[in-house]
Structures are given as structure tokens and as C-alpha cells.
Design a protein around this ligand. Sequence first.
Ligand code: HEC
Ligand code: HEC
Length: 275
Amino acid sequence: MNTGVKIFLFVLAILAFYSYVGQMVPQKITYPPETAELAADMTTEELAVAGAEIVAGKGTCLGCHTIGSSDASLRFPDLGNIGAVAGSRIDGMSEIEYLAESLYDPDSYIVDRFLPGMPAIGKPPIGLTDDEILAVMAYLQSLGGTSTVTLATTHSFTGQGASGSDGAGATPSGGAAVALGAGLDGPGVFAAFLCGTCHTIDKPDRLVGPSLFDVGSRLSKAEIYEAVMDPDATLAEGYPGGVMPATLGASGFFQKVSPEEIRALVDYLASHTGE
Ligand code: HEC
Ligand code: HEC
């Protein structure tokens, strides 16, 4: 086969696979409703239950954090006791203010022994609404402490969450806001969808996922394509399934990324051969 024909077939395969994945993903991974049903008259206990669902679902928190695990990650703080420690993390800052800040503006305070890397969850791609964040806060309080937050609770960050259920009304900021058809290049896609929170690309260090600094020498472009668009089809040895597709699914990656952007991303990754 000549090269032109091969490229043509490769592109066809990619397009077919892309639309297949597009249809398959929502059925394969089931999330709680886009916006959890939160009613103004919910008790703090009911709110905490809704918050637990958001943490496990739309919030994608468990892609990084563990809750009360004995072998917690060295990179992401375990949240099993956050309700007990939140009030004493920053001198003079109340528990509620600290929890709000750690969710709305994670980089303003970095937990001792950890590195930055937590996305602001009130902004796209995660885009929780202010009410959803209150529910998450009620749940976090219950971990080692007592919930007090209700939907009437205010804090200095109120009004900064996504305004719509899909986060579309939120103010874009930094690399986290991804517009449909943004026409990103490979490094742009990598940054916008926070691939770097789980993968290094310029050094061999292992994070949640394998380092990608030599991925171009280990996988063909087609394999890289599959690893990105259908992550659980073939798992990198020694790494967990589920985490990457859940995180990318929740960020809207599979819906938002265009075929051109995917191609640019695959080329960018393939160029990293570890040399
Ligand atoms: C991509 C990985 C990632 C995701 C997703 C993520 N976090 Fe984090 N989180 C971090 C990192 C890294 C830190 C430590 C650095 C810092 O303090 O900002 C952190 C810190 C925190 C802290 C402060 C912990 C402490 O001990 O003081 C809280 C609370 C928290 N995250 C809650 C959440 C919740 C709730 C969600 C989901 C809505 C979430 N995180 C999603 C990476 C993540
Ligand atoms: C929440 C963490 C997380 C995020 C975010 C994430 N990945 Fe992954 N990734 C993983 C894990 C865990 C694996 C290993 C399991 C597997 O093969 O699916 C993996 C595997 C891969 C592989 C296969 C690597 C190999 O050596 O076989 C590639 C390529 C990859 N990811 C690219 C990406 C890209 C590109 C993005 C952003 C669009 C991304 N990942 C976002 C966790 C993540």
C-alpha cells in the first residue's frame, strides 16, 4: 500500500472510531445527573449525602483523592479526616472559609508536603455550581467532623461557581476553560484537559498515570489514539483502569475535542520518544 492510501485509511479509522467513541462514552460511564437535585430546604445531612455523590461523580475528586485510605497517594492529600483538620489549616481562617478556598482557589494555599495541581472545580471543565460546591463542603465536613453547611451558608467565594448546570456561563480562566472547536494544538489540548495532572511529559516520573515522555517509542500513533480515546481498552501494565476515562468524561473531553485537535495531540505525544 502506498503511503497516501495508508494515511487515508488511518484517518478514516480515526474518524469512525471517534464517532463510535462519541456515542459509546455516555452509555459506558454513568454519572449522577448533571446537576444534583438540590433543594433549598435540604438539611445539612441531606446536603452531605448529595455532596458525596458529587465527589464520586461529576466532581471527579476520586480521580485524584482517596478518602480514608491506608495507602493514600503521596501526590494527593487523603480527605478522610478533612472535616477535623480544615479549621486549623490556616491561622485565623474558619473551617468553612478554608474548604471554600481549597475548592474555588486551590492554588492560593498548598497543603504541606503536596504540590499544586488541583483544578478550580467551580470552573470548566469540572464546573460545579455554587450550590453543588456547598453540598461538597457539607460532605467534606462530615469526614472526621460535623456538617453545618446548608444552601443558605455564605462564604467569601459565593457567586464564583459555574452559573449553568454545564458550566457554560462561567468565566473562562487560564487553561481550564475549553471552548468547543477552540482549534488547540497538541500542547494546548494537553494543558486544557489537564492531562498533566496525571502524566509527566518531559521526565520519566510516574504520577497517577505512566510518564508519557517516551510514549512515542512504546506505542504507535494508532495505539496512542486508542489509549486516549478509549483508555480502558488496553491498560498500561500496573496502572488502574477507570480513572482516566472518568476524569476525561467528566471534563467533556470526548465531546469537546475535535478530530483535528486529537490528531495534533497524538502527533505531539508521538514526538516524545524519551530522547
Ligand atoms: C487532578 C487532581 C485533583 C482533583 C480532580 C481534585 N483535587 Fe483536591 N487536591 C489536589 C491536590 C494536588 C491537592 C494538594 C495541593 C493543594 O493544596 O492545592 C488538593 C487539595 C485538596 C484539599 C485540601 C486538603 C487538605 O488536607 O487541606 C481539598 C479539601 C480538596 N483537594 C478537595 C477536592 C474535592 C472535593 C475535589 C472534587 C470536587 C477535588 N479536590 C478534586 C488534586 C485534585
Ligand atoms: C485522572 C488521571 C488521568 C488523566 C486526567 C489523564 N490520564 Fe492518561 N492515563 C491515566 C492512567 C491511570 C493510565 C494508565 C491506565 C491506562 O492505560 O488507561 C493512563 C494512560 C494513558 C496513556 C497510555 C500510556 C501508556 O504508556 O500506555 C496515554 C497515551 C494517556 N494516558 C494520555 C492522556 C492524555 C493525552 C490525557 C489528557 C487528554 C490524559 N491521559 C489524562 C490517568 C489519567
